[in-house]
Design a binder for this molecule. Structure first.
Ligand SMILES: Cc1ncc(COP(=O)(O)O)c(C=O)c1O
Length: 394
């Protein structure tokens, strides 16, 4: 590379990635094929619009790439192209979610029209910023209705969610979280959405790989729309996908382009196609099962060592740990900093009903997807739990 400054920094980052235990729940390590595709000449191409309906010339091959990506996305999640459509152009998870709201939820104009309502889990209980948080455009353009987990069980409380939905009549209800580790009853969410006439959207950003591998229940039977990132458990490039029922396809497509974005990033789309193919392999299925075995043992071991695990365990790739334990332990910020000094990378995280601030919350979030890609198994995660315990108690 001619740019030695950037080359050096890339090398240092490569080295960092090799030398740490990466427990960031939203990260993963992609294959060489995906890296190669991301760095290919596809990055040079502009192709505003959709296959056969572009605003630029020279799309002979990129049309094929986008079509193939769509075909693979539907195939991976066992969806019929008669019933489902997929838009593969969202640049990432946040724009994918925004595009859905833009398509399906009315928003205010200055003439005082009431804003459409989005109902999602509150940020502090494990929802995502784009599920209506007031600091995100999703909470500025639309009115947020929040639900949380039950204080005692720290699990989703479907009766309570239904009560909130019936009282507030949202236009769209979201299931899908950044820091919730248990099973999601998508059927119940469908029933709740039906009871108040709302669309039901599943945001499977964290879970997409697990769902593809059959290691976590699929939302497709119940949802109107499913959004996802491609770079977490799905182990692809940074990108986003929107699956929707066929009758919503035109609205969703128009919302992505020209509603929200310009030219699609074709190198990302091609790399997503590669990741979707990789995820169809029996090896990937095994990988997703191992992710969950690893997170379960990590949760169990930490519990044995005296740490409080939110909701007492996990059904997916992530483990939410209460490190503060009402003042008996240490805060999440201090915990994550101590771990980083010893090359264990995690993120500080609020826990449900947190009494501390998001900048220095009561917990940390751990994920097993990245290190499972590196080949780690249960015995390794027992060692990791012990290491974490040692470091936090120093
Ligand atoms: C549930 C969920 N949805 C959406 C997103 C947004 O994805 P991105 O960071 O790619 O915009 C995330 C990212 O963490 C997420 O966890």
């Amino acid at each position: 590379m001619k740019d030695k400054q950037i080359e050096k920094l890339i090398k240092l980052e490569q080295k960092r990635q090799k030398n740490v235990i990466n427990l960031i729940a939203s990260e993963n390590y992609v294959s060489k094929d995906i890296l190669k595709t991301l760095g290919s000449q596809l990055t040079n191409k502009y192709a505003e619009g959709y296959s056969k309906l572009r605003y630029y010339g020279g799309n002979k091959f990129v049309d094929k790439i986008e079509n193939l990506c769509q075909k693979r996305a539907l195939k991976l999640f066992k969806l019929s192209s008669k019933k489902w459509h997929v838009n593969v152009q969202p640049l990432s998870g946040s724009p994918a979610n925004l595009a859905v709201y833009l398509a399906l939820v009315p928003f205010s104009h200055s003439q005082g029209k009431s804003r459409g309502k989005i109902m999602g889990m509150s940020l502090s209980h494990g929802g995502h910023l784009t599920h209506g948080s007031k600091v995100s455009v999703s909470g500025k353009f639309w009115k947020r209705i929040s639900y949380g987990v039950n204080k005692k069980t720290e699990l989703l409380d479907y009766q309570e969610i239904k009560k909130i939905a019936l009282k507030n009549k949202p236009h769209l209800i979201i299931a899908g979280f950044t820091a919730y580790s248990r099973k999601i009853d998508f059927k119940k969410f469908r029933e709740i959405a039906d009871s108040c006439g709302a669309y039901f959207m599943a945001d499977m950003a964290h879970l997409a790989g697990l769902i593809a591998g059959g290691a976590f229940p699929s939302p497709f039977k119940y949802a109107d729309v499913v959004t996802t990132t491609t770079h977490k458990t799905l182990r692809g490039p940074r990108s986003g996908l929107i699956f929707c029922r066929k009758e919503l396809a035109s609205k969703i497509d128009k919302s992505v382009f020209p509603g929200l974005q310009g030219g699609p990033h074709l190198n990302q789309i091609a790399a997503s196609a590669v990741a979707l193919k990789e995820a169809m392999s029996p090896l990937f299925k095994k990988y997703t099962q191992q992710i969950i075995k690893n997170s379960r043992i990590l949760a169990e071991e930490l519990k044995k060592l005296g740490w409080r695990i939110i909701s007492k365990g996990t059904d997916n790739h992530l483990v939410l740990v209460d490190t503060w334990m009402n003042g008996k332990g240490i805060g999440g910020k201090e915990a994550s900093e101590k771990l980083e000094k010893e090359n264990i990378i995690v993120n500080k995280n609020t826990i449900p009903f947190d009494t501390r601030s998001p900048i220095d919350p009561s917990g940390i979030r751990l994920g097993t997807a990245a290190e499972t890609t590196n080949g780690l198994k249960e015995k390794d995660f027992i060692k990791i739990a012990k290491k974490i315990d040692n470091i936090l108690r120093k």
